[in-house]
Design a protein around this ligand. Structure first.
Ligand code: NAI
Length: 540
């Protein structure tokens, strides 16, 4: 590598932090201004620049440029300023970035595997320069947040998810691979955009689609043995089927279904510390019956079965509404994954009617339909419950079923509220409510790290029960007192460590781990976490 090559290689580049000796050895003396800086000085410059940007998208672009230049600096900035940077590199800004992807695209990052490469996906994976990849986050862009089918523009999602793997769980960035499986898009406005960078074709479907995914999964396992594959933002028509097909064969999980399930269960555990109720006392009304909510309902029901309820009783606690009304047994249009939750009940089309019929203790929105938790809906929840649990999980912010402000105001400050995207604190009646972010970002980084640590061959439900307990255990009395049932973003690294330890432990207990269990599991995980610091260069 020439000195210029070193400066262009983001995993190696340290910019102005190269010491004089390193500059000599790497051949970069003179290619940098003379002053040698510490990483903290570099971070101060990044933050100063970041704060001059007036829009979230500009901040996203600026941080992406830093990442393309110097990954250690990028991640050091994230790790030291999680609360400020996570909403930029992840939800909600990443949604804006995906919508604008074709316009803002500057540099390649991650791997684009398109249907054009059918039959030679292995060769495409061989083009990836790192051979020690531990985690792949793959999307086909089919359901990007609540924004719909964005095709190849969805690449921002795996990139953002993996940024959190590194920043929160300390996975080495060199071991992370974002993948866009470009199977076309059915969104005409995306396809017809003159700047669109993906395949200009309708989505593959049926056996052709399944064959492409299968080829990718086999090639990925072949090229990166032991890799953990995270399926992300696939549309529900594919997500449930792919999960059922691969969960027993490959080390993989679907974050929208399983990760969200654990996050939702953790939120309920934490909320119960306020209400004093047992899980079996809850009646949950899910607004939206897709991946996120069915994921939560499935894990909650499984948790109730572990507590001694029959399957029927456990599912009886979970009621669902989708775009066609309440999920009832008389409906002939129900997808397979909704059927276990169908109720013998008269048809109910309206959310308010459903609330009166079910009298839920918790209302959980993951519908992608903004503003659907109206004042009357929230007021009805407050009339039925001393402390109504309200989760507005849809992302990004523009899709939330209600805002934090609406939730607190319409319930006289009694709501136990969480949202998928962050909301600013709310002042009401002389109190300040800090809302918790109910986002699977509190689960997947730690869960993935735990699976990798123990060398698990499968991702199993027990891991998600453990992850949910670990996350809920990270919520302290002070958080609860100010309205938070999830820890603040500033503690995401500690949360990931706790979740990773619990998940690895579950892997050992359930016999899916292949690595020897260290005596001090948590200590070992902590010591191995990537901290984004400059260690001496090889040869120094
Ligand atoms: P999905 O497409 O699988 O499900 C959406 C569901 O909402 C479907 O059942 C649909 O019938 C229902 N729906 C649509 N319009 C409706 C209406 N007017 N009334 C009632 N139901 C309606 O999508 P998925 O994966 O479940 O995601 C949904 C939302 O949840 C998205 O905005 C996504 O960003 C968010 N999400 C949030 C997560 C978090 O960690 N906070 C994790 C995963 C998803």
């Amino acid at each position: 590598m020439t000195g210029t090559d070193v400066l262009r290689e983001p995993l190696r580049n340290r910019g102005t932090a190269f010491t004089s000796e390193e500059r000599e050895r790497q051949g970069v003396t003179g290619l940098l201004p003379p002053r040698v800086e510490t990483i903290d000085e570099q971070v101060a410059r990044v933050l100063a620049n970041l704060r001059t940007k007036s829009t979230a998208l500009e901040k996203y672009l600026y941080l992406s440029a830093v990442q393309s230049e110097n990954e250690t600096l990028f991640f050091h900035t994230l790790i030291s300023h999680l609360e400020e940077t996570v909403p930029i590199v992840y939800t909600p800004t990443v949604g804006e970035a995906c919508l604008a992807w074709s316009r803002i695209y500057q540099r390649p990052r991650g791997l684009y595997v398109s249907a054009r490469e059918r039959g030679r996906i292995g060769a495409v994976l061989n083009n990836w320069p790192q051979s020690d990849v531990a985690i792949i986050v793959v999307t086909d862009g089919g359901r990007i947040l609540g924004l719909g089918d964005l095709g190849a523009n969805g690449m921002g999602i795996p990139i953002g998810k993996l940024a959190l793997y590194v920043a929160c769980a300390g996975v080495d960035p060199a071991r992370c691979l974002p993948v866009m499986l470009d199977v076309g898009t059915d969104t005409e406005s995306v396809r017809d955009d003159p700047l669109y960078l993906g395949l200009r074709a309708p989505r593959l479907a049926g056996p052709e689609y399944d064959a492409l995914v299968a080829e990718f999964v086999v090639a990925a396992k072949d090229r990166f043995p032991g890799v953990l594959i995270q399926f992300e933002d696939f549309a529900n028509v594919n997500a449930f089927r792919l999960l059922a097909r691969y969960r027993e064969r490959v080390c993989c999980f679907n974050d929208d279904i399983q990760g969200t399930g654990a996050m939702g269960l953790a939120g309920l555990h934490a909320a119960r510390r306020i209400t004093g109720a047992r899980l079996a006392d809850e009646r949950l009304l899910f607004f939206g019956a897709g991946e996120a909510n069915v994921g939560i309902g499935t894990l909650v029901a499984a948790a109730l079965v572990r507590e001694g309820l029959s399957e029927a009783e456990a599912r009886g606690r979970c009621w669902f509404i989708d775009s066609r009304g309440m999920v009832t047994t008389d409906r002939s249009d129900l997808a397979e994954y909704k059927r276990p939750f169908a109720k013998d009940h008269r048809p109910v089309a309206d959310l308010l009617d459903a609330i009166e019929a079910v009298r839920p203790t918790a209302l959980i929105g993951a519908s992608g339909q903004p503003g659907t938790f109206t004042v009357p809906v929230l007021a009805a929840m407050a009339r039925l419950n001393e402390r109504p649990i309200i989760f507005a999980l849809s992302n990004p912010t523009s899709k939330a079923e209600c805002t934090a402000e609406q939730a607190y105001r319409s319930t006289a400050g009694r709501a136990i509220f969480a949202s998928g995207s962050p909301f600013p604190p709310v002042e009401l009646g002389g109190r300040t409510f800090y809302t918790g972010q109910g986002n699977n970002s509190y689960i997947f980084p730690g869960a993935g790290l735990g699976v990798l640590t123990a060398g698990c061959t499968r991702v199993i439900d027990e891991m998600y029960f453990a992850a949910a307990n670990a996350l809920a255990g990270q919520v302290d009395a002070e958080d609860l007192a100010c309205g938070r049932i999830f820890p603040p973003a500033v503690r995401m690294r500690e949360v990931a460590l706790a979740v990773a330890t619990a998940v690895a432990e579950a892997g050992y207990e359930q016999g899916v781990a292949t690595r020897p269990r260290p005596a001090d599991l948590a200590g070992q995980i902590r010591r191995n976490m990537y901290a984004a610091t400059y260690t001496p260069c090889a040869g120094d």
